[in-house]
Design a protein around this ligand. Structure first.
Ligand code: FES
Ligand code: FES
Length: 182
């Protein structure tokens, strides 16, 4: 390769400056949450969880650990459950985001919400929205056909109150009744 074709030399410092120029500042982004496109202005480093709670006033998704370990922040993105504390809002533009606020149809609760009430699947309630979102996905994935399977596939959602038997009962009831799409 001739010298003229060699890539221009860029020092590490220049590289970092160029990169930081790209990620600095506030940008406008659009998130489709519960069927509605919402516009917000936030730094690119803002997580999806913070965007929902702090910018869009959707405080149903909870911040437990902010580290991907507790599942309290679980939401559905294009039908799949994710820990919203582990993804950036800016990366989720153009996707269908469903939060706990989007499950009920008017006054009619989603079957998973109704089953959690029926089986008393919550105590303090802090983990509950994440558990319900995960339960919905778990059933839709076909991962709730036995109690053992349900426990395994819900194991990313921690409940400090230990409401697990009731949570499993709620998820299994919805599975046995044929699920319930988000
Ligand atoms: S807050 Fe996201 S997993 Fe705990
Ligand atoms: S109901 Fe309290 S943490 Fe689960």
């Amino acid at each position: 390769m001739g010298l003229a074709l060699a890539p221009p030399f860029i020092s590490q410092a220049e590289r970092l400056t160029a990169l930081s120029k790209k990620v600095q500042g506030v940008s406008e982004m659009q998130l489709k949450v519960n069927g509605t496109v919402r516009t917000l202005r936030a730094e690119p480093r803002v997580t999806l969880l913070d965007a929902l709670r702090e910018y869009l006033d959707l405080t149903g998704s909870k911040k437990g650990c902010d580290l991907g370990q507790c599942g309290a922040c679980t939401v559905l993105v294009d039908g799949r459950r994710i820990n919203s504390c582990l993804t950036l809002a800016v990366m989720n533009q153009g996707k269908e985001i469903t939060t706990i606020e989007g499950l009920a149809k008017g006054d009619e609760l989603h079957p998973m919400q109704a089953a959690f009430i029926k089986h008393d699947g919550f105590q303090c309630g802090y983990c509950t929205s994440g558990q319900i979102m995960s339960g919905v996905a778990c059933v839709n994935e076909g991962h709730a056909t036995t109690d053992a399977q349900t426990r395994e596939w819900m194991s990313g959602n921690l409940c400090r109150c230990g409401a697990y038997p009731n949570i499993v009962a709620a998820v299994r009831e919805v599975q046995q009744k044929g699920g319930g799409k988000a």
